[in-house]
Design a protein around this ligand. Structure first.
Ligand SMILES: [Zn+2]
Length: 286
């Protein structure tokens, strides 16, 4: 009886264990199927990548199995390589994007539309010994500084103006490339680029960077109509200066009439330009 009981117990235990194993196996299978379903339900890109990876696996396994056989298997393995390249494409395209962004950063354009790197190598332009700076002819960004000869001549001009009864204070002289860059950008932000272009030079294109140009008297469009402005226009050449942006020459100089902006050329050249009635570009024949 005891043996029978033991047998019954042990067979019952075995049956119970078998049932538990079945339940556990069933649960595991059901879990896997559920996962499969959810992955199928996920986005089509996921399923395409999973299917392509399956293709890769199958093709690579087929190439492995038929290794060194025919060119067709090689072609298969090549195709699997190319498809794996395609899979890694997103990361490589991201790299390309970031590198192109870096290129854009290094090739940032100055207000003139030229890259800043242009102003690292451009050479100053001299025509008949006269340094010419305008919207066409630029200075390198490293160029410039205060000019002693021009400063001395400006002092003579101011003294003579004072003796004639006119105060002609210096408003602005030498400006560096970077200073001009900041000024122009502020003007363009305030008035728009088109308007700023009529009265403010792009960095590298300002006469103020030469140290040979000065704004004196008053930054007033009507300054040329005042007694002081008229005296300046009629006498500046005697001290080596010209009114660089005369009235009526806007289309040639590229700037509005600026009765306060004088450019040092030396007495001889300034007198010749004054007597010609031409603006500097016309006088130099550029
Ligand atoms: Zn000026």
């Amino acid at each position: 009886m005891k043996r029978n009981q033991r047998k019954k117990r042990s067979s019952f235990l075995l049956a119970f264990i078998a049932v538990v194993i079945c339940i556990v196996l069933g649960a595991v299978l059901a879990f896997n199927i559920d996962n499969g379903n959810t992955s199928d339900k996920s986005s089509s890109s996921d399923t395409s990548t999973s299917s392509s990876s399956l293709e890769n696996e199958s093709s690579s396994s087929s190439s492995e199995s038929s290794s060194e056989e025919e060119s067709s298997s090689e072609a298969e393995s090549e195709s699997s390589e190319s498809s794996s390249e395609e899979q890694s494409e997103p990361s490589s395209s991201e790299e390309q994007e970031s590198s192109s962004e870096q290129e854009e950063q290094t090739e940032e354009l100055s207000p003139s539309g030229k890259p800043y790197s242009y102003y690292e190598t451009v050479e100053p332009t001299y025509v008949d010994g006269v340094l010419l700076v305008n919207k066409t002819y630029a200075l390198p960004s490293s160029y410039g500084g205060s000019n002693d000869e021009a400063n001395y001549a400006l002092g003579n001009l101011q003294t003579a103006a004072g003796e004639a009864g006119y105060s002609m204070p210096l408003i602005s002289g030498y400006r560096s490339f970077d200073k001009q860059d900041g000024l122009y950008r502020n003007y363009a932000a305030r008035d728009g680029k088109q308007m700023a272009d009529t009265y403010s030079a792009w960095p590298g294109h300002s006469e103020h960077q030469t140290g040979l140009a000065f704004d004196i008297g008053a930054l007033d469009d009507n300054y040329g109509e005042t007694a002081a402005g008229k005296w300046l226009a009629e006498n500046a050449h005697k001290y080596g200066f010209i009114i660089r942006y005369p009235k009526g020459k806007e289309s040639i100089t590229g700037y509005q009439y600026e009765p306060w902006h004088v450019r040092y050329l030396g007495i001889e050249t300034a007198t010749a330009v004054y007597e010609s009635g031409l603006c500097l570009e016309e006088y130099l024949g550029v």
